[in-house]
Design a protein around this ligand. Structure first.
Ligand code: SAM
Length: 288
């Protein structure tokens, strides 16, 4: 079967259908077979795997997935791509495309309906304008998936994998690492896309944990503490938590920090996820 990704083929398909790239939908299509292979390899796709793809575009990545996986379900928001996909992927009987906004879909029902026997792997070259909301939807809603292997903006990938006391460490690092084991796989230059994006990209693998990295007694409180701790990075944790949205009692925060032998002047960026969990659980147990 002829490859879709080839630059001349891609231009031909686009021209034939009078397709107009939408910047606001993050439409940058891959035109490099090497990168496509590396994405599918990185996701560890085998003939027993089910795959959920977000945003198939004209089907360049979908084709590679279809050739390796058992079944591929691709969710595409742009209606004008449907007749194109029908043409480019119509001969693959293990591919199904649905026209939906991934952020509006009931993901659990979708997965139950299409993959009742084996949880899917999510593989995608994500639209950059909604990378974080899409990933966080899968994680926060605890969707039954094995892993996500996604191409995203390099800076966002760096934040997801960051460790304490680095400039990239923040609320996103903690949220992602709470649910997943993140591994940056490789960097991708703008030259392998049509049209070329302005930013560098990274393919990152997020292996979803069976249970979150730390035990927290109140997930809402935990993520609210994280949000307040990083909303003003220059503030000490004591100030950030007492003046942020939660407005926690200063004495209670002091008591918590002393209990764990943590310096009162510490900033959120120096705390590990384990320490945030301890602080959250202590505060939860002592809130009046
Ligand atoms: N997979 C193709 C490739 O690698 O060449 C296209 C990737 S392109 C970066 C992102 C795709 O996601 C586009 O086809 C775009 O229309 C689609 N998209 C954008 N927002 C979406 C959403 N909310 N739900 C589903 N698909 C979306």
């Amino acid at each position: 079967m002829e490859h879709i990704y080839n630059i001349n083929r891609t231009k031909e398909i686009v021209k034939e259908h009078g397709f107009k790239f939408s910047k606001s939908l993050g439409q940058n299509f891959l035109i490099d077979g090497n990168i496509l292979n590396k994405i599918v390899d990185g996701a560890g796709i085998t003939e027993n795997d089910n795959v959920l793809e977000v945003g198939p575009g004209i089907g360049s990545l979908t084709q590679f997935l279809a050739e390796r996986a058992k079944k591929v379900l691709a969710v595409e928001i742009d209606k004008s791509l449907l007749p194109i996909l029908e043409k480019t992927l119509g001969s693959y009987d293990n591919v199904q495309v649905i026209n939906k906004d991934i952020l509006e879909v009931d993901l659990n029902s979708l997965i139950e309906e299409h993959f009742p026997n084996k949880k899917p792997k999510v593989v995608a070259n994500l639209p950059y304008y909604v990378t974080t909301p899409i990933i966080m939807k899968f994680l926060e809603e605890k969707i039954n998936i094995e892993s996500l292997v996604v191409m995203i903006q390099k800076e966002v990938a760096d934040r997801m994998q960051a460790a304490p006391n680095t400039k990239d460490y923040g609320a996103l690092s903690i949220a992602v690492q709470y649910y997943c084991n993140p591994k940056i796989l490789f960097k991708v230059p703008p030259s392998v896309f049509v049209p070329q994006p302005k930013v560098e990209s990274t393919v990152i693998k997020l292996e979803v944990r069976e249970t979150p990295l730390v035990v927290v007694h109140d997930e809402r409180l935990f993520f609210n503490i994280i949000r307040d701790s990083f909303s003003k990075r220059r503030k000490t944790l004591l100030n950030a938590l007492s003046t942020g949205n939660l407005k926690l009692n200063k004495e209670l925060i002091r008591e918590t920090l002393n209990y764990y032998n943590i310096n009162e002047n510490i900033r959120g960026e120096a705390l590990s996820i384990e320490e945030f969990a301890q602080i959250c659980n202590y505060i939860k147990g002592n809130l009046i």
